[in-house]
Design a protein around this ligand. Structure first.
Ligand SMILES: [Zn+2]
Ligand SMILES: [Zn+2]
Ligand SMILES: [Zn+2]
Length: 361
């Protein structure tokens, strides 16, 4: 337990991206924002008018890939009808004074995660989730192979109106892009600098701390206990090969990250036999979030090493991970203006509640 008053008010430095630090302010009177009651999510099993529902396949572009390959589909991947990045128009990048653009080349695909319209991730069985993770892996690899100009493939899921899902049917998205997103570039660059200095991966170090580290910090003058740290308190779920942890500097109240226990920089290299354990850790983590928040609406996204020619250099220092960000409030002007996220629940207390959540098996 962190030894401190029940109220916390401190700025926590994100160890990987210091620019993304967080104000943890748990005092009720301090709360600069109130939890919004999100619009309810669509829990129907089927909708006649939904283009992603079984029987409406003609309302989407033809499937790029289908899982399983034979019989009725369990997962279906199609082109996004309104892509944010699109076909190569072979325009050279534009530059005039301070105006610079990079041609918006890329691919934007939709993964229809499950035939059932409103299915949440924790409601899907683990064999299905394993297939979904395999679909992520195979599409990422196929997109990188399709065009050497693609440097990053972002896999993400928006679930529920509070998370910006414009179509209610449960789905993920894949955007292949010609640039490395800035937040990934910062993680990659900073973890590489850490590796040069310490000769080990910062993400592996965080996992080690989460599993073992305990310390009591005394006040030098009085000898009183200033703080007692048991970093093991950040573990939310542990599998054989994957771990779910609550980041010490969580931007969102219920943010959880899942990482492979054994160092690996590229999600594409995840062996098939590991995906079963990942599916289990993902399902159980989402079930915990759903039990605690009561109908979680969230974004999750996969951060994996960019394929921009530097992947071999970053193989030892970068560690892929899945960031799960449940949306329980709307960012305030203070957060947008300062870039400082405000978290009103201490990450230690949130991790405890997630561990204690009653879930099946
Ligand atoms: Zn549907
Ligand atoms: Zn590592
Ligand atoms: Zn990340």
């Amino acid at each position: 337990m962190t030894e401190q008053a029940s109220e916390t008010r401190e700025i926590r430095i994100n160890p990987i991206v210091p620019a993304e630090s967080v104000l943890v302010a748990t005092a009720r009177s301090m709360r600069p924002k109130k939890a919004e009651e999100p619009a309810p999510r669509d829990v129907r099993k089927r909708s006649d008018t939904c283009p992603f529902c079984v029987g409406n396949e003609d309302k989407t572009p033809p499937a790029i890939a289908v899982y399983p390959p034979q019989g009725g589909w369990a997962i279906r991947i199609v082109e996004n009808l309104y892509p944010v990045l699109g076909d190569d128009r072979s325009q050279s990048n534009f530059s005039f004074g301070l105006q610079q653009t990079i041609d918006g080349y890329g691919r934007h695909e939709v993964i229809i995660d499950h035939p059932e319209h409103g299915a949440a991730v924790h409601e899907m069985d683990e064999a299905h989730l394993q297939m979904l993770l395999r679909a992520y892996r195979e599409r990422m690899a196929a997109l990188f192979a399709s065009n050497p100009r693609l440097r990053y493939v972002l896999v993400f899921k928006n679930f529920g109106p509070a998370a910006g899902a414009s179509i209610a049917h449960t789905h993920s998205q894949i955007i292949a892009m010609p640039v490395v997103p800035e937040n990934v570039a910062m993680e990659v660059g900073n973890s590489r600098a850490f590796y040069r200095k310490h000769h080990h991966c910062i993400f592996c170090a965080l996992i080690d701390e989460a599993l073992t580290f305990e310390a009591t910090l005394y006040d030098r003058a009085s000898g009183a206990i200033r703080r007692r740290i048991n970093v093991g308190q950040y573990v939310v779920e542990r599998g054989e090969k994957f771990i779910a942890i609550k980041p010490f500097a969580s931007r969102y109240e219920w943010e959880v990250h899942i990482l492979p226990l054994v160092h690996r920089s590229d999600f594409i290299a995840t062996p098939e036999e590991d995906l079963a354990d990942l599916a289990r850790v993902l399902r159980r983590t989402m079930a915990r979030l759903d039990a605690v928040i009561g109908g979680a609406q969230y974004n999750y996204f996969l951060h994996s090493v960019p394929h921009d020619g530097s992947e071999a250099d970053n193989a030892s220092s970068y560690h892929w991970h899945l960031e799960i960000c449940p949306r329980t409030s709307i960012p305030t002007g203070f957060e947008l203006g300062s870039g400082l996220f405000v978290n009103t629940i201490s990450p230690e207390a949130a991790a405890q509640r997630l561990r204690d959540a009653p879930i099946d098996a």
